[in-house]
Design a protein around this ligand. Structure first.
Ligand SMILES: Cc1cc2nc3c(=O)[nH]c(=O)nc-3n(C[C@H](O)[C@H](O)[C@H](O)COP(=O)(O)OP(=O)(O)OC[C@H]3O[C@@H](n4cnc5c(N)ncnc54)[C@H](O)[C@@H]3O)c2cc1C
Length: 388
């Protein structure tokens, strides 16, 4: 069953991505999950078909699409039973480089990313001691003899082992010396292979989802001077380009998950006969599914609004946060209904429900927790006093 607004403008993209995803059926994703592997062939196929270069302007070899189209690609992957978490980094990092990088940086990286020769899948923001309080990060970058010297630590940095490039946030001016705490941070583009040879250690974190994520340790890692993106000290502003894109794309992924769960459970409850009738005939079964479906549809509207503002270059922090909040909540409701009405079978790996259940659960916490979105809305939209 496919639900689309009658005027959905993205049918062509959807059909093409769906056709590619059909070559990677449930068994493929299940096998990768069981092996805690990385879906190399799947990500390669997406790259070869040009989908991973969707946001790269045509003059650099990409297709020059917007975040809206990128979000449709991610949605369709999740809707087909896959997990965009393996490759969404390239989508949310891309505009940080395009919008804030120099022409020289764009020339250097974009054509190679478009061709698939380089992957830009990682973004290093989170640290163990600062958590969500990003302005308190302790990783520092100090300029010395025409190089940037990086020291510090990051945690939960994803896809580092399957990426060539990473966008890294570090403090270039100590917190004590800036007027506003969001000042004095900078972003850098890091060549991961080079960094692993000269001061960056990568320690994988085994986790609930099959999601490649790591602790990073920087011990006098030296970066070339031209690895700085944009102006020194303005990095927090720039990283928001990536964070807002990330929240919006993940909202679309949760919507894809939500439809996957509702499709699966609807099909199942129509077929499963207990007490002499399909379980889907009971309203106690119908209502939680219908409720989740309504919430997915509503979240979808906010997702398109966040995409629209982002693509227009307008402020979209509130909409990106709200879209992610609504979509992550809706997909979680749908996941719960799906596992519940599969009864015992929801727990059997071969039904894929437990895998998708684990995958969608992440988005209540990352990339920003539900509580932090609520406090953002309370403070920035409702004008309530900041509580921390
Ligand atoms: C699988 C995975 C992949 C990730 N990938 C990346 C990545 O690629 N790059 C990256 O930079 N980061 C990544 N992250 C990190 C992620 O963004 C953080 O885990 C998330 O932002 C929460 O930060 P934290 O874990 O430090 O939680 P904390 O900040 O310690 O917060 C813990 C909990 O406390 C609550 N809380 C905290 N402060 C408040 C408050 N003021 N008011 C109310 N409640 C509060 C929230 O409920 C929150 O969930 C990833 C995380 C995971 C789990």
């Amino acid at each position: 069953m496919r639900h689309h607004r009658p005027d959905d403008q993205y049918q062509e993209i959807r059909a093409a991505v769906r056709a590619l995803c059909a070559q990677f059926p449930d068994e493929y994703h299940r096998r990768i999950d069981e092996a805690r592997g990385y879906p190399e062939e799947f990500v390669d196929a997406l790259t070869k078909a040009g989908w991973m270069a969707a946001l790269i302007p045509e003059e650099y070899g990409g297709s020059g699409l917007g975040l809206t189209e990128a979000s449709v690609i991610m949605e369709e992957i999740n809707r087909a039973g896959g997990n965009s978490g393996a490759c969404h980094g390239q989508m949310y990092n891309m505009n940080t480089l395009i919008r804030h990088g120099s022409e020289q940086q764009r020339q250097k990286y974009l054509p190679k990313i478009a061709s698939g020769a380089l992957r830009l899948q990682s973004m290093g923001v989170t640290e163990p001691t600062s958590g969500t309080d990003t302005t308190k990060i302790r990783t520092t970058a100090v300029k010395k003899d025409g190089r940037w010297v990086i020291n510090g630590q990051k945690v939960w940095i994803s896809r580092v082992q399957h990426s060539d490039l990473m966008i890294l946030l570090a403090r270039t001016t100590p917190l004590a010396d800036v007027a506003k705490k969001t000042e004095g941070m900078s972003i850098f583009i890091v060549d991961i292979r080079e960094a692993m040879k000269s001061g960056m250690e990568v320690r994988p974190i085994l986790n609930m989802v099959n999601h490649e994520t790591n602790e990073l340790f920087f011990d006098n890692l030296e970066l070339p001077e031209d690895s700085l993106i944009g102006e020194e000290g303005e990095g927090f502003k720039y990283i928001l380009t990536g964070l807002n894109a990330e929240r919006t794309l993940i909202a679309a992924e949760c919507i894809g998950d939500g439809y996957w769960f509702t499709d699966r459970v609807v099909n199942y409850v129509k077929e499963r006969v207990v007490f002499g009738r399909p379980i889907g005939q009971n309203q106690g079964v119908q209502f939680p599914i219908a409720e989740a479906f309504i919430e997915i549809e509503a979240a979808d509207l906010m997702r398109y609004e966040a995409c629209r503002l982002y693509d227009a270059g307008l402020p979209c922090g509130a909409q990106a946060n709200m879209a992610k909040y609504l979509a992550a909540k809706a997909s979680w409701e749908a996941a719960n209904a799906c596992i519940q009405f599969h009864g015992g079978f929801g727990f059997a790996c071969e039904y894929d429900v437990e895998r998708k259940f684990r995958e969608t659960r992440l988005y209540q916490v990352a990339p920003i927790s539900t509580n932090l979105i609520l406090s953002y809305v309370a403070e920035h939209m409702l004008g309530l006093p900041r509580s921390f």
